[in-house]
Design a protein around this ligand. Sequence first.
Ligand code: SAH
Length: 251
Amino acid sequence: MLYFVGAGPGAVDLITIRGQKLLCKADVVIYAGSLVNPELLQYTKKNCKIYNSAHMTLEEVIDVVKIAEKENKMTVRLHTGDASIYGAIREQIDMLNKLKIEYEVVPGVSSFCGAAAALGAEYTLPSVSQSVIITRMEGRTPVPERESIRSFAVHKSTMVLFLSSNLTDKLSAELVAGGYEPETPVAVVYKATWPDEKIFKCTIETLPQTMKKNNINKTALILIGNFLGNDYNRSELYNPNFTHEYRKGKM
Ligand code: SAH
């Protein structure tokens, strides 16, 4: 049996209780060493075999799982944040299915939630934005043309950019070309929830220089939109005059 476990964004106590319990029981752990906090490995048993997938190919990862399965051992595949976001789990799942190896996915706290928490921010502010676009700049991994930053920028909704810290010149230009005002607020959250977390506030226009000045080129999220500003409407849910299933309004 293999469990894909979301390790959370960084802080050791932001893994789920289910994930932690599985880590404690695992005979084999394969963790994404480029981003998973290695302190999480303290939960593993003494004789647990630990592999860092940063140095491995997909085939090598699956080979480790195959051997563990033959020996009737339990494997935890530890992914940063939540495995559904840029986690490359689908290709692993397809291989496991072919090999008839059972698996289960345990969700985690994605870094985009960790970043909002660090800022005390709400992505979905009434009258500002009710949608969050999670995307990335095209790097060595292509992004479908119909999902260009420019086309998303037209909506002026909340945007969360993963994997893009070293491409902010182009990002900033594309956001403006798509329709965002250059002075739209931006927050960069570096290593959200880690002890060395850093927050930088700027605008779309000043984003590239902010990144350069502070030497941020990895492990950061770029959050864009007027949800970072001060204008918004109150929610209807908690409006004294609003009636809903659980509460009668005053008017
Ligand atoms: N599955 C992960 C994302 C993996 S992609 C998740 O749910 O968070 C890797 C990218 O995630 C990094 O390049 C960075 O953009 C972002 N990231 C991961 N952890 C982060 C953290 N603690 N703070 C800021 N960004 C982080």
